[in-house]
Design a protein around this ligand. Sequence first.
Ligand SMILES: [Zn+2]
Ligand SMILES: [Zn+2]
Length: 354
Amino acid sequence: MTDRDPIADLRRIAFLLERANEATYRVRAFRSAAAALAALPAAELAERARSGRLTEMAGVGDVTARCVAESLAGEEPVYLRRLVATEGTDLDAAATALREALRGDCHTHSDWSDGGSPIEEMALAAVELGHEYVVLTDHSPRLKVARGLTADRLRRQLDHVAAVNEALPEGFRILTGIEVDILADGSLDQEEELLARLDVVVGSVHSGLNDERARMTRRMLAAIANPHLDILGHCTGRMVSSRPAGVRGPGDRAHRPRTRAESDFDADAVFAACAEHDVAVEINSRPERQDPPKRLIRRALEAGCRFAIDTDAHAPGQLDWQRFGCERAALCGVPADRVVNTWPAERLVAWARG
Ligand SMILES: [Zn+2]
Ligand SMILES: [Zn+2]
């Protein structure tokens, strides 16, 4: 027996989602599940939860069924707990505080790959934004459409960055890095020796985004277990809208769809691995990505993951997009101390090397 009412919990979740201005379809999922389950006698509800048959009912999905099971076990559903954690807070103020806590950006591109501006230009814009560092993460060789850097070009880039750093104002640094492709087998698309030399390694899936669930999960788990990986970039690969006008970016080809569904993977396994291997989950600020979706940010938070709130900027002005990621993080109750780019450069680099 339990003194929690699962129906009331579902309705409370719906209310809090509406308050947070979440998508209508998500709110409706909780409201229709509450309505469907309210029609059941309590004994049948408990029996269906016990035997895992809640999802056989129309209107009840995996997420709502999990909430009901947790509620029947006498626990506050994890989903509800996360929403309640942000309930009394001023989300605007929380997003602002998070943005102010950020000292740098761990995912940016230059015209060495598919960005629109030279490294110097990106760095100066970052200085003007008040950043202490920016990690330069141009693409890896396999991403040919984005002019991914071969090992030789990356070596040249490292020399170039060292020279540019000499000329930049004291207190600001370009950190070296890469957005390395996570290949089909989960290996990383760059020479081991180079990955070891870089300050920060962001790894992203850019190909085979429709891999079936088990395959995609294996692929991501292999990458996360790689000791060189520091940050898991835009983990679902979704595109929620077309890229803003005039903005170039990876995958921006006429034949590409304007929106793209999330890749399918076992998020609990992936986030558990990120927590275990201390790989930060990127909150990608790009308006057309908004990746991961908030429900996954909440799950990563539950799993104990760290985060990096990054712009994935392909042009200087886009370096100011961190606010979008901060708003989403604040909605999910991500505390600043879980965000690696609130750290000074030395700590970030030491963490990435560790
Ligand atoms: Zn990417
Ligand atoms: Zn990128």
